[in-house]
Design a protein around this ligand. Structure first.
Ligand code: BDR
Ligand code: CA
Length: 309
């Protein structure tokens, strides 16, 4: 059983990743930390709590960062809706935040890494802001944690928010830059592989026909994401299971083939957020990242469908 903390910006495919993790017998989900990203953090916190309660899970949720380290974040709701869940839940109400823990997500991450050390895998499916802050606050965690699986980046394939950049690293390139320079044991699950794990209209139709409250809710918010993909990425013939694949890689490392490489994050305006090899890195002289370049799509999709709802 792998012990996981999921750090996410819930988000439609983050919600699918949560469902997949909760229902995976091979995963012990210790807690979920919410970050701003696909919606403001109050929304991602509320969305996470809602998904967990629909799935009858009592896993705890910690509220995290409100904005990138340096840049500002604006929201257009195009891919995930203005509320982050396909506009299914609308605006956050005061009562949605009533049971928000007083411990900040960053402190929870630090505390859990000290507690579980190498046993712990941190899966990040949003911007790397919470993790960057945790390492800045307590650099010792870099040597303690077992593994960091981050959904983000694009090494051999174009970006999805610019010619070069993937959304999670483009939102907070400075946090990503800091994390990749930190010597954490990183596995990068980027667009190179997540564009090969696609959910189709037919798949979502099957959820709808199960006719339960949970399957109907999942089908409704996922339909929003499918429609956005149809409009913005019509060549894909489905919507990408970015964040669920990161959970899949944490669960079954052999789902993917990786190459070791020194990844650096471009923070210059022309290529901001891009993941590229750092040719000049000398210390340490070993690669800082395992980059996923191939995925066993069939094995992943079968496991995802088995667990999700
Ligand atoms: C990433 O950005 C978000 O749209 C998804 O939730 C995923 O984490 C893909 O680029
Ligand atoms: Ca996400």
């Amino acid at each position: 059983m792998v012990k996981i903390i999921l750090d996410c910006d819930t988000g439609i495919d983050d919600a699918l990743a949560i469902g997949y993790a909760i229902n995976s017998p091979e995963i012990e989900l210790l807690g979920i930390t919410a970050c701003y990203g696909m919606a403001p953090v109050d929304y991602t916190f509320r969305n996470t709590k809602t998904i967990l309660s629909m799935l009858n899970s009592n896993v705890g949720v910690w509220r995290g960062s409100e904005k990138p380290l340096i840049l500002e974040k604006e929201y257009d709701g195009k891919i995930h809706g203005m509320d982050g869940l396909g506009n299914m839940l609308g605006s956050v109400k005061e009562y949605d935040l009533e049971d928000c823990p007083s411990t900040h997500a960053v402190d929870y991450i630090i505390e859990q890494i000290h507690k579980f050390k190498k046993e712990l895998t941190l899966v990040v499916t949003g911007p790397l802001t919470n993790l960057a802050k945790a390492v800045k606050k307590d650099p010792e965690i870099v040597q303690l944690v077992g593994r960091v699986v981050t959904m983000g980046g694009a090494l051999t394939t174009p970006g999805n928010v610019s010619k070069y950049a993937e959304a999670n690293y483009r939102i907070d390139p400075h946090a990503a830059d800091f994390v990749f320079k930190s010597d954490l044991p990183i596995t990068m699950v980027g667009l190179d592989v997540t564009r090969k794990t696609l959910l189709t209209e037919e798949d979502v139709g099957k959820w709808r026909s199960k006719d339960t409250e949970v399957s109907g809710f999942f089908a409704d918010f996922t339909q929003f994401y499918l429609d956005a993909y149809k409009e913005l990425h019509p060549y894909l013939k489905g919507c990408a299971l970015h964040d669920p694949l990161a959970v899949g890689v944490a669960k079954f490392p052999d789902l993917v083939k990786t190459i070791p490489i020194h990844i650096q994050i471009d923070t210059e305006e022309d290529g901001i957020g891009r993941t590229i090899e750092d040719l000049y890195r000398k210390t340490p002289d070993t690669p800082n990242t395992e980059v996923c370049i191939q995925v066993d799509t069939e094995k992943f999709m079968n496991d995802f469908f088995k667990c999700i709802i």
